[in-house]
Design a protein around this ligand. Structure first.
Ligand code: MCA
Ligand code: AMP
Length: 504
């Protein structure tokens, strides 16, 4: 039997060794990982989940939630993780679009989801973060040995939704080999071995925490300390017995501000990785001064997993994302013509390699529009390659805000604001924020003779979009600045409000 991704996980599993340890000291060994993921895969089969079926999962982070991801690979199902912050209104879209056979939710949210799920033909089971819930209940009755579904390199392992520039989220289809090839490359590039102990404080519904952090640990037979969420005190308590940390820039901003961070506490650590958003050179410098460690910054996307990384041994340069990873081809092309640009010239970053996704779920036109005819994926990020080969990200050719590592497409937020009574129009921008990197900010024009205020806008959004997408501030102005073509000049707004949160 061949199951491309799971066979590699099973081959790396070390009998008797720890896979996950939680903050309260509970331990899951690799043997338990194999047994429980087998039971969960059997439960999925019992619930009529067939190879190729989607299993949507919106649950709190827990070891069992990670085992459910592995169980989906084993059953041949397509794992579809969803941010726990998504509102019911947002879930309706995902369930309707992905048509999962099964939706796994927290027991508390199940009732609210059942009606939407039924509408789209999905069954609902539950999983909580204390090792309970109906799905685990079914799994406990199953045998641990499971006859894994046959899945080849090109079969889908997961679909992860990324926010859409047009307001509609797109499901990025990731194959077993997209996941496996990238994880093996990272294990090697970042020198992961069975001796590593990773502090895992990221959510497991996005690429960073699910694939980069978890797959690397699984495929090197290493272990992780799993935290329900980032907590600087807990991270610092774990550091003396850990070897690696992976985080978004906000983790490092908060750590350098913490009086507990010093050279000694970090002396056992061998690697600090940052990604998902630009790490300020200032944060890199402060962290190095305090701990002696140069944070290793890398660059990736939901559609591509990881594309580039600063070197393990060579110089890690602040403000750059390093070199294309082995097997990944990266080039800079002119935004309009697509012609290739030379050293130091800024243009569109395009990538190709075994890491690049198969396309957007049920959106062939979108997929075609984002690939060049020769197979390179157009990232939407603007960058350049310097004379030493380091890649620099210098901006985005997509209207996107990245806050604390989460992506927010302004169009989606603007559409919601524009639908509120009393709003004539709005522009949503990201401006420098000392903690989140960028703070989502709404600039709103009222309809004549209306009184809508900041609280009313925020109240109107509360049930509609996830908390992290909601503006940190709402500013009212008389008219949005426009160019001669009538296009809103967001650059002017970003400049006008750059000091709003004390940044810029
Ligand atoms: C929480 N809030 C946020 C964010 N997180 N607001 C904006 N942006 C955020 N990222 C809200 C909370 O709901 C709360 O609202 C208020 O802000 C303050 O919350 P706080 O307790 O400070 O936040 P937290 O719970 O400590 O979370 C901050 C965080 C977290 C630790 C930075 O957002 C996080 O773990 N981010 C990681 C995201 C990630 O994994 N990204 C990878 C995507 P209120 O109190 O007002 O209700 S994968 C990716 O990008 C690619 C592939 C890549 O390259 O990796
Ligand atoms: P997503 O596909 O939602 O996971 O977000 C991917 C986007 O995050 C990329 O297209 C980049 O714009 C951004 N990104 C990821 N890593 C970095 C980094 N190290 N520096 C700057 N931007 C990054």
């Amino acid at each position: 039997m061949r199951n491309h991704m799971f066979d590699a996980i099973r081959d790396a599993a070390r009998p008797g060794a720890t896979f996950i340890e939680t903050l309260d000291g509970r331990v899951w060994t690799y043997d338990e990982m194999l047994a429980t993921s087998g039971r969960l895969a059997a439960a999925l089969e019992k619930l009529s989940v067939k190879p190729g079926d989607r299993v949507a999962v919106q649950v709190e982070k827990s070891p069992e939630a990670l085992l459910l991801y592995i169980a989906c690979l084993r059953a041949g199902a397509v794992y579809l993780p969803l941010n726990t912050a998504y509102t019911t209104a947002e879930l309706d879209y995902f369930i309707g679009d992905a048509e999962p056979r099964l939706f796994v939710s927290t027991p508390g949210a199940a009732e609210g989801i059942r009606a939407i799920a039924a509408k789209h033909g999905a069954r609902v089971e539950t999983l909580d973060d204390k090792g309970g819930g109906s799905l685990l209940h079914i799994a406990q009755e199953m045998a641990p040995a499971f006859d894994n579904a046959v899945r080849g390199a090109d079969d889908l392992g997961a679909i992860l939704y990324t926010s859409g520039t047009t307001g509609r989220s797109k499901g990025a289809m990731l194959t077993h080999d997209n996941l496996l090839s990238n994880a093996l490359t990272l294990c090697d590039y970042w020198r992961f071995t069975a001796d590593d102990r990773l502090i895992h404080a990221l959510p497991i519904f996005h690429t960073h925490g699910l694939f980069v952090a978890s797959n690397v640990i699984l495929l090197s037979g290493a272990s992780m300390y799993s935290l329900p969420k980032f907590d600087a005190d807990a991270v610092l308590r774990l550091m003396p017995k850990a070897t690696a940390l992976m985080g978004v820039p906000t983790f490092y901003v908060r750590l350098v501000q913490h009086e507990g961070l010093n050279r000694e506490v970090a002396s056992n650590m061998r690697l600090f990785v940052s990604g998902s958003a630009p790490l300020l050179a200032e944060t890199h410098k402060q962290f190095r001064e305090i701990t002696g460690h140069a944070i290793l910054e890398r660059y990736g996307m939901t559609e591509t997993n990881m594309n580039t990384s600063n070197p393990y041994d060579g110089e890690r340069i602040a403000g750059t994302v390093g070199f294309p990873l082995p097997g990944v081809s990266l080039r800079i092309a002119d935004r309009e013509t697509g012609s290739l640009l030379g050293v130091g010239q800024t243009g569109m970053i395009e990538v190709n390699g075994p890491n690049v996704f198969k396309g957007y779920w049920r959106m062939p036109e979108r997929t075609q529009a984002e690939f060049r005819p020769d197979g390179f994926f157009i990232t939407g990020d603007l960058g350049k390659i310097d004379a030493r080969g380091y890649v620099h990200i210098v901006g985005r050719n997509k209207d996107l805000v990245i806050s604390g590592g989460y992506n927010i497409y302004p169009k989606e937020v603007e559409t919601e604001i524009d639908g509120l009574p009393g709003v004539a129009e709005s522009a949503v921008i990201g401006v420098p924020h000392p903690d989140f990197g960028e703070g989502v900010t709404a600039i709103v024009v009222r309809q004549p003779d209306t009184e809508i205020d900041e609280d009313a806008v925020l109240d109107g959004l509360r049930e509609r979009i996830a908390r992290y997408k909601q503006p940190k501030r709402v500013i009212f102005i008389d008219d949005l600045p426009r160019n001669t073509m009538g296009k809103v000049q967001k650059n002017v707004l970003r400049e006008n409000y750059k000091a709003l949160y004390g940044g810029g």
